[in-house]
Design a protein around this ligand. Structure first.
Ligand code: PLP
Length: 371
Protein backbone atom coordinates (compact mmCIF):
# COMPACT_ATOMS: atom_id res chain seq x y z
CA UNK A 1 0.00 0.00 0.00
CA UNK A 2 1.20 3.48 -0.82
CA UNK A 3 1.77 5.88 2.06
CA UNK A 4 1.14 9.60 1.82
CA UNK A 5 2.32 11.83 4.66
CA UNK A 6 0.61 15.20 5.17
CA UNK A 7 3.84 17.03 4.47
CA UNK A 8 7.30 16.27 3.13
CA UNK A 9 10.01 18.85 2.42
CA UNK A 10 11.35 19.31 -1.11
CA UNK A 11 15.13 19.03 -0.65
CA UNK A 12 17.43 18.19 -3.55
CA UNK A 13 20.75 18.78 -5.24
CA UNK A 14 20.58 22.56 -4.86
CA UNK A 15 20.21 22.29 -1.07
CA UNK A 16 22.95 19.63 -0.88
CA UNK A 17 25.34 21.90 -2.76
CA UNK A 18 24.80 24.91 -0.48
CA UNK A 19 25.03 22.76 2.66
CA UNK A 20 28.24 21.10 1.50
CA UNK A 21 29.74 24.50 0.78
CA UNK A 22 28.83 25.80 4.25
CA UNK A 23 30.20 22.66 5.91
CA UNK A 24 33.46 22.78 3.93
CA UNK A 25 33.97 26.45 4.85
CA UNK A 26 34.12 25.57 8.55
CA UNK A 27 31.51 28.21 9.38
CA UNK A 28 28.99 25.90 11.00
CA UNK A 29 27.82 28.00 13.93
CA UNK A 30 26.05 31.35 14.00
CA UNK A 31 28.75 33.36 12.21
CA UNK A 32 29.31 33.01 8.49
CA UNK A 33 28.45 34.49 5.12
CA UNK A 34 25.19 32.63 4.50
CA UNK A 35 23.45 34.37 7.41
CA UNK A 36 23.67 37.90 6.05
CA UNK A 37 23.06 36.63 2.53
CA UNK A 38 19.90 34.82 3.62
CA UNK A 39 18.72 37.94 5.47
CA UNK A 40 19.34 40.23 2.47
CA UNK A 41 17.67 37.91 -0.02
CA UNK A 42 14.73 37.25 2.28
CA UNK A 43 14.19 40.98 2.92
CA UNK A 44 14.20 41.57 -0.83
CA UNK A 45 11.72 38.76 -1.51
CA UNK A 46 9.40 40.05 1.24
CA UNK A 47 9.46 43.66 0.09
CA UNK A 48 11.07 45.05 3.28
CA UNK A 49 14.44 46.58 4.12
CA UNK A 50 15.29 44.37 7.09
CA UNK A 51 15.13 40.66 7.83
CA UNK A 52 16.67 39.06 10.95
CA UNK A 53 17.23 35.30 11.22
CA UNK A 54 16.23 33.57 14.46
CA UNK A 55 16.04 29.98 15.70
CA UNK A 56 12.40 29.27 14.80
CA UNK A 57 9.02 30.83 14.12
CA UNK A 58 8.07 30.88 17.77
CA UNK A 59 11.18 32.87 18.68
CA UNK A 60 10.51 35.20 15.74
CA UNK A 61 7.11 36.07 17.23
CA UNK A 62 8.55 36.23 20.73
CA UNK A 63 11.40 38.58 19.90
CA UNK A 64 9.23 40.77 17.64
CA UNK A 65 6.67 41.28 20.43
CA UNK A 66 9.42 41.77 23.01
CA UNK A 67 11.18 44.33 20.79
CA UNK A 68 7.86 46.16 20.36
CA UNK A 69 7.65 46.48 24.13
CA UNK A 70 5.00 43.86 25.00
CA UNK A 71 5.22 42.94 28.69
CA UNK A 72 3.24 42.35 31.89
CA UNK A 73 -0.19 44.03 32.11
CA UNK A 74 -0.50 44.23 28.34
CA UNK A 75 -3.17 42.53 26.28
CA UNK A 76 -2.32 41.04 22.90
CA UNK A 77 -5.09 40.13 20.45
CA UNK A 78 -4.67 36.72 18.79
CA UNK A 79 -7.01 34.66 16.61
CA UNK A 80 -9.05 32.06 18.50
CA UNK A 81 -8.00 29.36 16.01
CA UNK A 82 -4.28 29.03 15.39
CA UNK A 83 -1.19 27.15 16.51
CA UNK A 84 -0.63 27.38 20.28
CA UNK A 85 2.80 29.00 19.82
CA UNK A 86 0.99 32.30 19.24
CA UNK A 87 -0.72 32.68 22.65
CA UNK A 88 2.14 30.86 24.42
CA UNK A 89 4.60 33.53 23.32
CA UNK A 90 2.25 36.24 24.63
CA UNK A 91 2.03 34.50 27.99
CA UNK A 92 5.76 33.92 28.23
CA UNK A 93 6.18 37.69 27.99
CA UNK A 94 3.86 38.03 30.99
CA UNK A 95 1.10 39.54 28.83
CA UNK A 96 -2.46 38.26 28.34
CA UNK A 97 -3.71 36.86 25.05
CA UNK A 98 -7.23 37.92 24.05
CA UNK A 99 -8.88 35.27 21.88
CA UNK A 100 -10.77 36.83 18.99
CA UNK A 101 -13.04 34.88 16.67
CA UNK A 102 -12.07 34.27 13.06
CA UNK A 103 -13.92 35.22 9.88
CA UNK A 104 -15.68 32.38 8.09
CA UNK A 105 -14.45 33.61 4.70
CA UNK A 106 -10.74 33.92 5.54
CA UNK A 107 -10.37 31.63 8.61
CA UNK A 108 -8.26 34.50 9.98
CA UNK A 109 -8.87 37.27 12.55
CA UNK A 110 -12.31 38.80 12.04
CA UNK A 111 -11.90 42.61 11.79
CA UNK A 112 -15.31 43.29 13.36
CA UNK A 113 -14.58 41.15 16.41
CA UNK A 114 -11.05 42.57 16.59
CA UNK A 115 -12.46 46.07 16.87
CA UNK A 116 -14.79 44.93 19.67
CA UNK A 117 -11.80 43.44 21.50
CA UNK A 118 -9.74 46.63 21.76
CA UNK A 119 -9.21 47.85 25.33
CA UNK A 120 -7.13 50.42 27.20
CA UNK A 121 -4.40 47.81 27.65
CA UNK A 122 -4.25 46.39 24.09
CA UNK A 123 -0.58 46.63 23.19
CA UNK A 124 -0.39 44.51 20.06
CA UNK A 125 -2.34 42.43 17.56
CA UNK A 126 -0.91 39.23 16.10
CA UNK A 127 -2.55 38.86 12.69
CA UNK A 128 -1.96 35.23 11.70
CA UNK A 129 -2.26 34.52 7.97
CA UNK A 130 -3.79 31.10 8.58
CA UNK A 131 -3.53 28.09 6.29
CA UNK A 132 -1.95 30.23 3.56
CA UNK A 133 -4.75 32.83 3.35
CA UNK A 134 -4.00 36.47 4.22
CA UNK A 135 -5.85 38.34 6.95
CA UNK A 136 -8.13 41.17 5.76
CA UNK A 137 -5.52 43.66 6.98
CA UNK A 138 -6.76 47.12 5.95
CA UNK A 139 -9.33 47.51 8.75
CA UNK A 140 -6.89 46.05 11.27
CA UNK A 141 -4.06 48.32 10.13
CA UNK A 142 -6.42 51.29 10.51
CA UNK A 143 -7.35 50.28 14.08
CA UNK A 144 -3.71 49.76 14.99
CA UNK A 145 -2.84 53.19 13.59
CA UNK A 146 -5.72 54.96 15.34
CA UNK A 147 -4.95 53.44 18.74
CA UNK A 148 -1.14 53.29 18.65
CA UNK A 149 -1.15 49.49 18.73
CA UNK A 150 1.61 47.33 17.24
CA UNK A 151 0.70 44.89 14.49
CA UNK A 152 2.74 41.73 14.01
CA UNK A 153 1.93 39.54 11.03
CA UNK A 154 2.46 35.83 11.69
CA UNK A 155 3.44 34.56 8.23
CA UNK A 156 4.50 31.07 9.33
CA UNK A 157 1.79 29.46 7.19
CA UNK A 158 1.68 31.98 4.36
CA UNK A 159 5.14 32.86 3.06
CA UNK A 160 4.68 34.36 -0.41
CA UNK A 161 0.96 35.14 -0.04
CA UNK A 162 -0.23 38.59 -1.08
CA UNK A 163 -2.81 40.96 0.37
CA UNK A 164 -4.10 43.39 -2.29
CA UNK A 165 -0.88 42.88 -4.22
CA UNK A 166 1.47 43.32 -1.24
CA UNK A 167 3.57 40.49 0.16
CA UNK A 168 2.63 39.38 3.68
CA UNK A 169 5.21 40.36 6.26
CA UNK A 170 5.65 43.82 4.74
CA UNK A 171 2.43 45.45 5.98
CA UNK A 172 2.57 45.42 9.78
CA UNK A 173 5.28 46.67 12.15
CA UNK A 174 6.92 43.26 11.92
CA UNK A 175 6.44 39.90 10.22
CA UNK A 176 7.33 36.54 11.75
CA UNK A 177 8.19 33.52 9.57
CA UNK A 178 8.89 29.85 10.35
CA UNK A 179 11.17 27.48 8.44
CA UNK A 180 10.10 24.31 10.24
CA UNK A 181 10.14 21.17 8.05
CA UNK A 182 6.46 21.41 7.10
CA UNK A 183 6.38 25.12 6.22
CA UNK A 184 6.51 26.71 2.75
CA UNK A 185 10.31 26.52 2.84
CA UNK A 186 12.52 24.96 5.47
CA UNK A 187 15.88 25.31 7.17
CA UNK A 188 15.18 22.29 9.41
CA UNK A 189 14.28 24.61 12.26
CA UNK A 190 14.48 28.35 11.71
CA UNK A 191 12.67 31.64 11.63
CA UNK A 192 12.84 35.23 10.44
CA UNK A 193 11.62 38.64 11.59
CA UNK A 194 10.91 41.12 8.78
CA UNK A 195 10.38 44.84 9.25
CA UNK A 196 10.55 48.17 7.44
CA UNK A 197 11.75 49.77 10.69
CA UNK A 198 15.55 49.87 11.04
CA UNK A 199 15.45 50.57 14.78
CA UNK A 200 13.16 47.62 15.38
CA UNK A 201 15.54 45.40 13.37
CA UNK A 202 18.44 46.60 15.54
CA UNK A 203 16.44 45.75 18.70
CA UNK A 204 15.75 42.24 17.35
CA UNK A 205 19.45 41.73 16.53
CA UNK A 206 20.45 42.90 20.01
CA UNK A 207 17.92 40.71 21.83
CA UNK A 208 18.65 37.57 19.78
CA UNK A 209 22.33 37.75 20.77
CA UNK A 210 22.12 38.04 24.58
CA UNK A 211 21.52 41.81 24.39
CA UNK A 212 25.28 42.24 24.40
CA UNK A 213 26.40 45.79 23.70
CA UNK A 214 27.86 46.07 20.19
CA UNK A 215 30.63 48.38 21.42
CA UNK A 216 31.42 46.86 24.78
CA UNK A 217 32.02 43.14 25.02
CA UNK A 218 30.19 41.33 27.84
CA UNK A 219 28.20 44.40 28.74
CA UNK A 220 24.47 43.63 28.80
CA UNK A 221 22.13 46.54 29.56
CA UNK A 222 19.06 44.28 29.63
CA UNK A 223 17.98 40.65 29.59
CA UNK A 224 18.64 39.01 26.24
CA UNK A 225 18.33 35.58 24.62
CA UNK A 226 20.24 33.27 22.32
CA UNK A 227 17.99 33.04 19.27
CA UNK A 228 20.68 32.73 16.61
CA UNK A 229 20.29 30.66 13.44
CA UNK A 230 23.41 28.81 12.22
CA UNK A 231 25.30 29.38 8.98
CA UNK A 232 24.44 25.77 7.99
CA UNK A 233 20.73 26.48 8.38
CA UNK A 234 21.11 29.78 6.53
CA UNK A 235 22.81 27.92 3.64
CA UNK A 236 19.79 25.64 3.44
CA UNK A 237 17.61 28.76 3.59
CA UNK A 238 19.45 30.41 0.68
CA UNK A 239 19.01 27.26 -1.40
CA UNK A 240 15.30 26.97 -0.64
CA UNK A 241 14.74 30.69 -1.20
CA UNK A 242 16.43 30.46 -4.61
CA UNK A 243 13.72 27.91 -5.49
CA UNK A 244 10.81 29.70 -3.81
CA UNK A 245 8.84 30.38 -7.00
CA UNK A 246 9.13 26.73 -7.96
CA UNK A 247 8.11 25.58 -4.46
CA UNK A 248 5.09 27.91 -4.42
CA UNK A 249 3.94 26.97 -7.89
CA UNK A 250 4.26 23.24 -7.21
CA UNK A 251 2.19 23.73 -4.06
CA UNK A 252 -0.49 25.67 -5.85
CA UNK A 253 -0.59 23.07 -8.61
CA UNK A 254 -1.22 20.37 -5.98
CA UNK A 255 -4.17 22.35 -4.58
CA UNK A 256 -5.46 22.90 -8.13
CA UNK A 257 -5.49 19.13 -8.71
CA UNK A 258 -7.44 18.61 -5.48
CA UNK A 259 -9.95 21.26 -6.62
CA UNK A 260 -10.44 19.46 -9.94
CA UNK A 261 -10.87 16.07 -8.27
CA UNK A 262 -13.21 17.21 -5.51
CA UNK A 263 -15.17 20.08 -7.08
CA UNK A 264 -18.30 18.06 -7.74
CA UNK A 265 -18.49 16.66 -4.18
CA UNK A 266 -21.24 18.16 -2.04
CA UNK A 267 -20.90 19.23 1.58
CA UNK A 268 -17.16 19.92 1.47
CA UNK A 269 -15.12 23.07 0.96
CA UNK A 270 -11.43 23.41 0.15
CA UNK A 271 -9.15 26.35 1.11
CA UNK A 272 -10.83 29.77 1.03
CA UNK A 273 -9.82 32.45 -1.48
CA UNK A 274 -11.06 36.01 -1.03
CA UNK A 275 -11.28 38.24 -4.14
CA UNK A 276 -8.53 40.55 -2.79
CA UNK A 277 -6.22 37.71 -1.76
CA UNK A 278 -3.44 35.75 -3.43
CA UNK A 279 -3.15 32.88 -0.96
CA UNK A 280 -0.45 30.22 -1.03
CA UNK A 281 -1.07 26.53 -0.46
CA UNK A 282 0.58 25.70 2.85
CA UNK A 283 -1.79 22.82 3.59
CA UNK A 284 -4.66 21.46 1.57
CA UNK A 285 -7.68 22.04 3.81
CA UNK A 286 -10.93 20.10 3.64
CA UNK A 287 -13.90 21.47 5.55
CA UNK A 288 -16.79 19.08 6.11
CA UNK A 289 -20.29 20.52 6.04
CA UNK A 290 -23.93 19.47 6.27
CA UNK A 291 -24.38 15.79 6.96
CA UNK A 292 -20.65 15.16 6.83
CA UNK A 293 -19.81 17.75 9.50
CA UNK A 294 -19.89 15.27 12.42
CA UNK A 295 -17.78 12.61 10.75
CA UNK A 296 -14.34 14.28 10.79
CA UNK A 297 -12.56 12.01 13.26
CA UNK A 298 -13.99 8.84 11.67
CA UNK A 299 -12.87 9.99 8.24
CA UNK A 300 -9.37 10.69 9.56
CA UNK A 301 -9.21 7.16 11.01
CA UNK A 302 -10.45 5.49 7.81
CA UNK A 303 -7.98 7.42 5.66
CA UNK A 304 -5.14 6.46 8.04
CA UNK A 305 -6.05 2.76 7.63
CA UNK A 306 -5.64 3.23 3.90
CA UNK A 307 -2.23 4.86 4.10
CA UNK A 308 -3.34 8.48 3.87
CA UNK A 309 -2.05 10.71 6.61
CA UNK A 310 -4.15 13.73 7.56
CA UNK A 311 -4.24 16.30 10.37
CA UNK A 312 -7.25 17.69 12.15
CA UNK A 313 -7.42 21.52 12.20
CA UNK A 314 -5.95 23.20 15.28
CA UNK A 315 -7.87 22.74 18.52
CA UNK A 316 -9.64 26.03 19.32
CA UNK A 317 -7.42 27.86 21.81
CA UNK A 318 -10.25 28.28 24.33
CA UNK A 319 -10.26 24.48 24.75
CA UNK A 320 -6.57 24.35 25.77
CA UNK A 321 -5.92 24.58 29.52
CA UNK A 322 -3.36 27.46 29.48
CA UNK A 323 -5.73 29.70 27.49
CA UNK A 324 -9.13 28.59 28.76
CA UNK A 325 -9.46 31.60 31.05
CA UNK A 326 -8.29 34.16 28.47
CA UNK A 327 -10.68 36.98 27.58
CA UNK A 328 -12.72 36.01 24.47
CA UNK A 329 -14.39 38.25 21.93
CA UNK A 330 -16.59 37.25 19.02
CA UNK A 331 -19.10 39.23 16.96
CA UNK A 332 -21.76 38.66 19.61
CA UNK A 333 -20.39 38.63 23.15
CA UNK A 334 -17.73 36.18 24.18
CA UNK A 335 -18.76 33.16 22.08
CA UNK A 336 -16.30 32.10 19.35
CA UNK A 337 -18.58 30.06 17.07
CA UNK A 338 -16.58 30.21 13.84
CA UNK A 339 -13.31 29.09 15.46
CA UNK A 340 -15.19 26.26 17.19
CA UNK A 341 -16.87 25.05 14.01
CA UNK A 342 -13.74 25.16 11.84
CA UNK A 343 -11.73 23.43 14.53
CA UNK A 344 -14.20 20.52 14.71
CA UNK A 345 -14.88 20.07 11.00
CA UNK A 346 -11.59 20.76 9.22
CA UNK A 347 -8.74 18.46 8.23
CA UNK A 348 -5.56 18.74 6.20
CA UNK A 349 -4.90 16.34 3.34
CA UNK A 350 -1.45 15.33 2.00
CA UNK A 351 -0.01 18.64 0.78
CA UNK A 352 3.63 18.08 -0.19
CA UNK A 353 4.98 19.93 -3.20
CA UNK A 354 6.47 16.63 -4.37
CA UNK A 355 3.06 14.98 -4.94
CA UNK A 356 2.28 14.09 -8.56
CA UNK A 357 -1.02 14.36 -10.43
CA UNK A 358 -1.54 10.62 -10.10
CA UNK A 359 -0.79 10.71 -6.34
CA UNK A 360 -3.52 13.31 -5.91
CA UNK A 361 -5.96 11.30 -8.07
CA UNK A 362 -5.28 8.22 -5.96
CA UNK A 363 -5.73 10.12 -2.68
CA UNK A 364 -8.97 11.69 -3.90
CA UNK A 365 -10.28 8.32 -5.10
CA UNK A 366 -9.79 6.89 -1.62
CA UNK A 367 -11.28 10.02 -0.05
CA UNK A 368 -14.38 9.82 -2.24
CA UNK A 369 -14.95 6.22 -1.28
CA UNK A 370 -14.52 7.01 2.42
CA UNK A 371 -16.90 9.97 2.21
C1 PLP B 1 4.47 26.86 12.70
C2 PLP B 1 3.88 28.07 13.32
C3 PLP B 1 4.56 28.81 14.30
C4 PLP B 1 5.81 28.33 14.97
O1 PLP B 1 6.89 28.12 14.18
P1 PLP B 1 8.08 27.17 14.70
O2 PLP B 1 9.15 27.41 13.71
O3 PLP B 1 7.57 25.77 14.70
O4 PLP B 1 8.45 27.64 16.07
C5 PLP B 1 4.00 30.00 14.72
N1 PLP B 1 2.83 30.43 14.25
C6 PLP B 1 2.12 29.73 13.35
C7 PLP B 1 0.82 30.27 12.88
C8 PLP B 1 2.62 28.51 12.87
O5 PLP B 1 1.89 27.79 12.00
Amino acid sequence: MEKFPVSEPDIGACEEGYLADAAASGWVSSLGPYISRFEKEFAFSSGVDHACTVTNGTSALFVALRALGVGPDDEVIVPALTFAAVPSVVMSLGASPVLVDVDENTWCLDPISTKRALSQTTKAIVAVHSYGHPVDLDPILAMAGDHGISLVEDCAEAQGAKYKGKTVGSLGHAGAFSFYGNKIMTTGEGGMVTTRDGELADRVRLLRDHAMDANRRYYHAEVGYNLRLTNLQAALGCAQLSRIEELLSKRSQVLGWYREELSHLGDVDLNPCSPWAEPVNWMVCLLLKGKRADRRDGIIAELAERGIDTRPFFVALEELPPYSSARRVGRFGSALPIAARLSRTGLNLPSSPILSRSDVSYICGVLRSVL
